[in-house]
Write a protein that binds this ligand. Structure first.
Ligand SMILES: [Zn+2]
Ligand SMILES: [Zn+2]
Length: 298
């Protein structure tokens, strides 16, 4: 009896481990198209593969699977010089994709020559399908004291590039809300500021809304423990709200732990419609309009 039970448990564990690496099934399609404001196609394909199975053109396949459920546009986000260059190239090849370019706040402090890398980012910033500078910002969770000065120097330089080229600034903020606002105030914020994977509470959301910033919510808003995040979403007007995957990470419930991709956006946007008491179709239309205003037209 005991042996049989533990054998059964073992099988269930093995099955869970195997499924953890698989893309979840496609959710029900949205009636009104929406966009994924922040995704990493390059990391998704190399770490998790292609939603829908192996394909000759993984990017085209990921775009097609997303379009099949109503997610017909996406923003591909660079995190270093190489991925930023790749993002800019991909945006020129695929009509559904726009790009942002930057050195990630956890990447900048590790660079031997930050100035040279920033020059490379600036060279990409002027390309017509590059519509944002990001992700940049501050991350006190993964970068310790020794990296803070370089992180802040990099963030300030990215703010300046966004303003010089008139592109949206896409901010990564982890445990650094006050410092992000301090540096934005000090430099003067660009016209369009997006807080990607918004992680603050309702008070911080109100402060960002007051400043005219856009708040992009990821699958984290669906997590059971994310009460403060749901309160933040509830005080964000539809005209300042975006939705994103940050794929391959932050897969929304009920698939937390499995790989993420743009085709899972309907799970997060449905959840947000419920949380904010907004009609789903109206919310999708508002998110599309906000995304087009920030990054578009595609
Ligand atoms: Zn980020
Ligand atoms: Zn990201």
């Amino acid at each position: 009896m005991l042996a049989a039970m533990s054998e059964q448990t073992e099988t269930r564990k093995q099955r869970a481990a195997r499924r953890a690496g698989e893309f979840p099934p496609a959710p029900e399609a949205l009636a009104v198209p929406v966009l994924d404001s922040h995704t990493h196609l390059d990391i998704t394909v190399s770490e998790a593969g292609v939603p829908g199975g192996p394909a000759d053109d993984p990017v085209a396949a990921a775009i097609a699977v997303a379009a099949g459920v109503g997610v017909d546009r996406l923003v591909q986000v660079g995190v270093d010089v190489e991925s930023s260059r790749w993002s800019a190239d991909v945006a020129e090849r695929y009509g559904a994709v726009l790009a942002t370019v930057a050195l990630h706040p956890n990447e900048a402090p590790r660079l031997a020559d930050l100035d040279e890398a920033l020059r490379e980012i600036e060279a990409l910033a002027g390309r017509s399908r590059v519509r944002g500078i990001g992700e940049t910002g501050m991350d006190f969770f993964r970068t310790g004291d020794e990296g803070r000065a370089a992180q802040e120097e990099s963030f300030r330089a990215h703010i300046a590039i966004a303003k010089r080229y008139g592109k949206a600034l896409v901010i990564h903020d982890r445990d650094a809300h006050a410092d992000v606002l301090r540096i934005l105030d000090d430099e003067g914020a660009p016209d369009t500021v997006v807080l990607h994977c918004f992680s603050g509470d309702a008070d911080f959301a109100r402060e960002c809304v007051r400043r005219g910033y856009l708040l992009s919510f990821a699958g984290t808003v669906t997590f059971g423990s994310a009460t403060a995040l749901r309160e933040a979403a509830a005080v964000t007007p539809p005209g300042q709200l975006l939705v994103e995957t940050d794929a391959p990470y932050l897969t929304p419930m009920p698939h937390r732990g499995r790989p993420n991709a743009s085709y899972l956006i309907p799970l997060t946007v449905r959840f947000l419609a419920d949380t904010t008491g907004t009609d789903l179709d109206e919310l999708c239309a508002a998110i599309s309009a906000t995304g087009e205003r920030a990054f578009g037209p595609w």
